[in-house]
Design a protein around this ligand. Structure first.
Ligand code: S3P
Length: 177
């Protein structure tokens, strides 16, 4: 139970392309809970897309908005599955928020699978670079310990068998609720 609300939150963390949004939406539907995506919260609040925020405010501006989005999400009432942006674990205040209060699920996927899934996506500013593979490897090195340190549940989402992954996620989550 959270000190912020009396409602339950399942926080999905992990790298870009791990399936936080696609699996999270379906998990929320199965549980009959709300679904929230922190990137979507930022877009709703600002009225612009993520690339525009990176372009006008830089990554630091985006991270500030991401923190505010996380804070408002965890303070909101109602049970919710929350898909967090892949970099949300970078800020210590976000890690504190996530860690102590909520069920944290680390959806992990390999760099080759990330590449397959995100290389043509224009909505992820950090993925728009020619050396994407090396950059994803570097991000993984910088972030893996944070994901692992926060996780109550870890699920490898390299498989493209979506329904099987959803079933595994649902089953693991039910053991905690
Ligand atoms: C980011 C991941 C993105 C989004 C932003 C930055 C990151 O979210 O928040 O482009 O730093 O890994 P997804 O993990 O949903 O792609």
């Amino acid at each position: 139970m959270s000190i912020y609300t009396n409602h339950r939150k399942i926080m999905l963390i992990g790298p870009m392309g791990a399936g936080k949004t696609s699996l999270g939406k379906r998990l929320a539907a199965q549980l009959k809970w709300c679904f929230v995506d922190t990137d979507h919260v930022i877009c709703q609040k600002t009225g612009v897309d993520i690339p525009t925020i990176f372009h006008s405010e830089g990554e630091q501006g985006f991270r500030k908005r991401e923190h505010e989005a996380l804070l408002s999400t965890v303070q909101a009432s109602g049970d919710a599955v929350v898909a967090c942006g892949g970099g949300i674990i970078l800020r210590p205040e976000n890690r504190r928020l996530l860690g102590a209060q909520f069920l944290v699920v680390f959806l992990d996927t390999s760099v080759p699978r990330q590449l397959e899934r995100i290389r043509h996506d224009r909505n992820r500013p950090l993925a728009q670079r020619p050396d994407l593979k090396e950059y994803l490897i570097q991000m993984r090195e910088e972030r893996l310990a944070f994901y692992e340190g926060l996780a109550d549940i870890r699920l490898d989402t390299d498989s493209n068998r979506f329904h099987l992954l959803l079933q595994q996620l649902h089953q693991q989550v039910l053991q905690w609720l």
